[in-house]
Design a protein around this ligand. Structure first.
Ligand SMILES: Nc1ncnc2c1ncn2[C@@H]1O[C@H](COP(=O)(O)OP(=O)(O)OP(=O)(O)O)[C@@H](O)[C@H]1O
Ligand SMILES: [Mg+2]
Length: 304
């Protein structure tokens, strides 16, 4: 398995996120390619994390398979040979695709990040601690940091043009996409998260919160797209180390965050790009965490 900072495939590239490159395949499909880039504190590191791209793509593929019959989704295949069969122009690029590429049905994307939270953490905990609310709605008194939210709370956001997403109320979401679509997106979000949270917890990963995207396919059907319940789109915690009443370590990025925090405290990093170089031990520990996340969620080792 190769490691990859950026891809260069013979297809029109229509996007490049912090971690993924997006290519058009004709006008009805997209190829999502997850590189081994990693970001922390909103800064992309200069190093790649071996196996990270494959872990993220194959965790999404695992969930799409689990969701068969639960919600319609965009995955056609995350298998390099099948993708080459569908898109022959990629035949000399098998090594770049292996593990990390997913061929998907292209949709018109709804401009909403469907965030759902089953545990009170991060910005949601900050809002609750300051105002007793979450997404503007009152929550019961006495909740603790990282405590379970039952039922889970749907807290949508809009994709901001630049920088951070902006939280919106469900009323605002209804104005943007309409009553019926808003209802469908929230119901699908709840169905997917309920299934994923339960499977994850049984297998030793708490998916504390996560974010979904949806789009409309050429038949007008609303389908789940993008990545699903990966460590990049979610907060993953180790179930065996879970202690409510305090922040939880991140299952995947904690070795990296601890290193960067130490560099910052030592006055060697100001918190802005470029990040300090990462020692091989931090890269290696992070790669192992991602592989362990894959193993826990799916119950099998990632083989490539
Ligand atoms: N089936 C699909 N049809 C059309 N667009 C899709 C589909 N699946 C995912 N996308 C889009 O592909 C893009 C994936 O990009 P990516 O996640 O790398 O970047 P991003 O979300 O813009 O930025 P970030 O780096 O913050 O994640 C998103 O804009 C997503 O909406
Ligand atoms: Mg994204």
């Amino acid at each position: 398995m190769i490691t990859m900072m950026a891809s260069d495939l013979p297809l029109p590239r229509i996007g490049r996120g912090k971690v993924r490159d997006i290519y058009a395949v004709g006008d009805d499909r997209v190829l999502l390619l997850t590189t081994d880039r990693i970001s922390a504190f909103d800064v992309v590191m200069a190093e790649t994390i071996p196996m990270k791209g494959a872990v993220l793509t194959q965790i999404s593929a695992f969930w799409f398979n689990e969701l068969e019959g639960v919600v319609p989704h965009h995955m056609i295949s995350a298998d390099a040979d099948r993708i080459i069969g569908e898109v022959p122009v990629l035949k000399d690029h098998r090594a770049s695709l292996e593990g990390r590429a997913m061929l998907c049905r292209r949709t018109k994307v709804f401009p909403i990040e469907c965030v759902i939270r089953g545990y009170l953490s991060g910005s949601a905990w900050k809002e609750y601690a300051a105002h007793g609310t979450l997404a503007g709605e009152k929550l019961p008194k006495g909740m603790v940091e990282s405590g379970r939210l039952e039922p889970a709370i749907f807290s949508p956001a809009t994709k901001a043009e630049a920088g951070h997403d902006e939280n919106i109320t469900t009323a605002r979401m209804r104005e943007i996409v309409g009553e019926e679509v808003a209802y469908t997106l929230e119901s699908m979000t709840r169905a997917v998260y309920t299934l994923g949270e339960r499977i994850g917890r049984d297998r030793g990963i708490i998916i504390a919160d996560t974010k979904f995207e949806f789009g409309r396919d050429e038949n007008g059907r609303i389908i789940l797209i993008d990545e699903v319940m990966t460590p990049d789109s979610s907060r993953f915690w180790a179930a065996d180390a879970y202690k409510p009443g305090q922040p939880q370590p991140s299952f995947d990025k904690q070795p990296l965050r601890d290193y960067l925090d130490a560099e910052r405290r030592a006055g060697r990093w100001n918190g802005e790009a470029p990040a300090p170089p990462l020692p091989a031990s931090v890269v290696d520990a992070t790669s192992k965490r991602y592989l362990e996340a894959y193993r826990r969620v799916t119950g099998a080792d990632l083989k490539f």
